[in-house]
Design a protein around this ligand. Structure first.
Ligand SMILES: [Ca+2]
Length: 519
């Protein structure tokens, strides 16, 4: 009994601090864990213990933005250490080249040839009948939380986080709202309080910049990890926490007003660099996130959760040219070609680090080819379940834990519906890109030419033909995303035309987002 009392006291202290430092305490009571008592307390933890999962997703962070991926200008010592203590993947791909479809691919385990959501658009949402990774893990007994940017539904739509598998949520629903690093409100969902709605951040009223949202997300994450430790007072229930920083996405609206949309409280430790101010700020944003992740790792260690928590770090798509930055200045695409909104490697190849001391041997670098849509089946297996049928993803769990990985992708596929219609497909070392509807495939050999500089399609017609076959079966039409040409297609002979050939259906205006609202 004494042990129980002490435990409750510890929990109580942690709960009291949940939102205290986030500015929420004035408006909201603290959440509380389910009532427990001595008889409900398990006598021992179930064995083997399933891991907790912390999935950290950065926003528009490029393949070359971390020290462990070759950056010489941006300091990321904590992520470098994370990589050294786990597996750093060199050929991991985002689900898309912009936010919403990439995150949909991650949550649903499908690629953009099968998603309903294939681009950024106001009003887009996950559907009620679409099963998410969070729903799967919650059904498997995990306590699930989302902190930061969601971007897969706005208020009143079926895809809001609390209807898609998350027990708790604090953050941004909408991708454009997520541009604002000093917003005056966030959304919060807490079924225990219960609370569902907007939380006002009065300290940011009238343009004041007192609460920097990534700082708040870090505080919320550390509180979540303290409270939901899979200890006896939580009946050894593991957690799944998805921490979606907006770093280093630009505040596009601020960028248009001031020329610098890279918001951060201080440009340290880059203040004295002879760089343009937006570049200093961008580097400082990434280094600040790195320090935050370092604090989270310290907490996992101090609270005894380090050994059996899988920590994953990735990004949703490649680096942007927004908010006053030039993505080449800091080398954000590394050696790769292209940026956000391209289907060249720089738009879609992103960092992926996985650390799990209990099962993953440290110090590994892997060139295994996989993607966001593999996280669903992989984490389902980590949670001791079989993934649902019908996913495009494969489980990479065997590779993670040093077993033979027999399951490999025949190919990876992307399509993207801004600026017309782009497609890309990776097959072995080959990468094909169709940069706009109706144009011939470009072909690159990534082993010899990772920067996609030499289009070798003419030298390899057999490979092009094979990839055209794969493309024909890689996708199905989506009602909201008709295939359309770019505004002006050069017809044979040089005349510009907007006409689609009869074979292509769905010739309706693409409901794309206006440029000013591009997430
Ligand atoms: Ca993004």
């Amino acid at each position: 009994m004494r042990c129980f009392s002490v435990g409750v006291k510890v929990v109580g202290v942690a709960l009291a601090t949940v939102w205290a430092a986030t500015g929420f305490s004035a408006e909201l009571p603290s959440s509380a864990p389910p009532a427990t008592n001595e008889t409900a307390r398990p006598s021992r933890p179930p064995a083997p213990r399933r891991p907790s999962i912390l999935l950290i997703v950065a926003d528009d962070l490029g393949y070359g933005d971390l020290g462990c991926y070759g950056s010489t200008r941006i300091q990321t010592p904590n992520l470098d250490r994370l990589a050294a203590e786990g597996i750093r993947f060199t050929q991991f791909y985002a689900g898309s080249t912009v936010c919403a479809p990439a995150r949909a691919a991650l949550m649903l385990g499908k690629h953009t040839g099968h998603l309903n959501l294939r681009g950024n658009r106001r009003g887009a949402t996950l559907q009620a009948d679409e099963l998410t990774l969070a729903e799967w893990l919650r059904a498997a007994g995990y306590h699930t939380g989302l902190i930061g940017k969601w971007g897969l539904a706005e208020e009143g739509l079926p895809g809001v986080p609390w209807k898609k598998g998350f027990n708790e949520f604090v953050g941004y629903l909408d991708n454009v709202h997520a541009h604002d690093y000093y917003t005056t409100y966030l959304w919060r969902y807490d079924p225990v309080t219960p609370y569902e709605g907007k939380v006002t951040l009065i300290e940011n009223f009238a343009g004041a910049k007192r609460t920097y949202i990534p700082d708040l997300c870090t505080k919320a994450a550390t509180n979540f990890i303290r409270i939901h430790k899979p200890d006896w007072y939580n009946q050894y229930r593991p957690f799944f926490l998805m921490l979606c920083y907006t770093t280093p996405h630009a505040n596009n609206e601020e960028g248009r007003r001031t020329g610098n949309g890279m918001q951060v409280p201080t440009d340290a430790p880059y203040s004295d660099r002879p760089w343009p101010q937006p570049e200093k700020n961008k580097a400082a944003m990434i280094t600040r996130m790195d320090a935050d992740i370092g604090r989270i790792m310290e907490l996992l260690k101090a609270s005894g959760q380090e050994e059996n928590t899988i920590v994953i770090f990735t990004s949703d798509n490649g680096p942007h040219r927004e908010g006053g930055v030039d993505p080449a200045f800091l080398g954000s695409s590394g050696p790769l070609r292209g940026i956000k909104r391209d289907l060249y490697e720089g738009g879609i190849r992103v960092p992926m680090i996985v650390r799990w001391p209990a099962r993953i041997r440290p110090g590994q670098v892997s060139d295994f080819v996989w993607a966001h849509w593999d996280l669903f089946p992989t984490l389902a297996e980590a949670a001791g379940t079989n993934a649902p049928a019908g996913l495009d993803g494969i489980s990479v769990f065997p590779l993670w834990v040093g077993e033979t990985q027999t399951n490999r992708h025949e190919y990876l596929y992307w399509e993207f519906h801004e600026r017309g219609f782009q497609q890309a497909l990776r097959w072995g070392d080959w990468k094909a890109v169709r940069p706009q509807w109706g144009s011939p495939l470009e072909l690159y050999n990534l082993r010899e030419d990772p920067g996609e500089r030499r289009n070798v399609a003419e030298q390899h017609p057999d490979v092009v033909a094979k990839i055209e076959d794969l493309l024909a079966r890689a996708r199905v039409d989506a009602p909201d995303w008709p295939i359309r040409p770019p505004p002006q297609v050069q017809a044979p002979g040089g005349a510009a035309t907007n006409r689609l050939p009869a074979a292509v259906s769905g010739d309706s205006p693409n409901p794309g987002t206006p440029a000013s609202n591009q997430p």
